[in-house]
Design a protein around this ligand. Structure first.
Ligand code: PGA
Length: 248
């Protein structure tokens, strides 16, 4: 039995005070369950406050939304993998569509970030996904396979088995237009076959993300090959997030 992963990507929302208030309200409703994993990706500045507010809740996991590909040094404004680990993160989003398409992050940078994450004990959640014009031109498979192959190209042997992958079609993120469960299953199948071809010896979790909400979470989670959900907008209010993590 797989344990589905419910990941909240708060993006640039909820500073320390709001994060604290969110956790208090959410955890008052959500009791620990051993049939699912809940992980939060708050802004780095709010991670400590969110964790403090969830003290005693070992069932909740933590991550950061981004790290630098370098370990330390003169990179003003960046956070490193060792810092994220020291601050209590167990995971990091790598290559989220906003990093790629708003901040111009390259495949080469995602490779460096995945490698430095593993080197410091962080699990990278590598995000891949096609833009609308790429889908319309029939390039979905080529795009997600290129992003996957590049992202894992600098991993040490064995690291692949500890990776988490997220399929997030760019046209579905924040648009209210989610992929259908069949669309998601089709891409997850392609990604899973490639993970095997690349040498994965375990079932690497593949999350779906893009306009997930309380109304569609159960159907997406039930789609073949979908091991969890990566959620932006619907993770921002305790009530809607509670409804999502209660799905399935
Ligand atoms: P959304 O964002 O749920 O608001 O579409 C998902 C994501 O960007 O991870």
């Amino acid at each position: 039995m797989r344990t589905p992963i419910f990941a909240a990507n708060w993006k640039m929302n909820h500073g320390p005070s709001e994060a604290r208030a969110f956790m208090q309200r959410f955890l008052a409703e959500y009791a620990a369950r051993d049939d699912r994993t809940v992980v939060f990706f708050p802004p780095a500045l709010a991670l400590a406050a969110a964790r403090e507010a969830a003290a005693g809740r070992a069932d909740i996991q933590w991550g950061v939304q981004n790290i630098a590909a370098e370990e330390k040094g003169a990179f003003t404004g960046e956070n490193s993998a060792p810092m994220a680990r020291d601050a209590g993160a167990a995971a990091v989003l790598v290559g989220h569509s906003e990093r790629r398409h708003v901040f111009g992050e390259t495949d080469e940078q995602t490779a460096g970030k995945c490698a430095v994450a593993f080197a410091h004990g962080l699990i990278p959640v590598l995000c891949v996904g096609e833009k609308l014009d790429e889908r319309e031109h029939g390039h979905t498979e080529a795009v997600v396979l290129r992003q996957l192959r590049a992202g894992v190209s600098r991993l040490a042997p064995g690291d692949l088995d500890r990776l988490v992958l997220a399929y997030e079609p760019v046209w579905a993120i924040g648009t209210g237009r989610n992929a259908t469960p069949d669309d998601a299953a089709a891409v997850h199948r392609v990604l899973r076959a490639e993970l095997q071809a690349l040498g994965a010896t375990v079932r690497v979790p593949i999350l779906y993300g893009g306009s997930v909400n309380a109304g569609n979470a159960a159907a997406l989670l039930a789609a073949e090959g979908v091991d969890g959900l990566l959620v932006g907008g619907a993770s921002l209010a305790p009530e809607s997030w509670h409804a999502v993590v209660s799905a399935g």
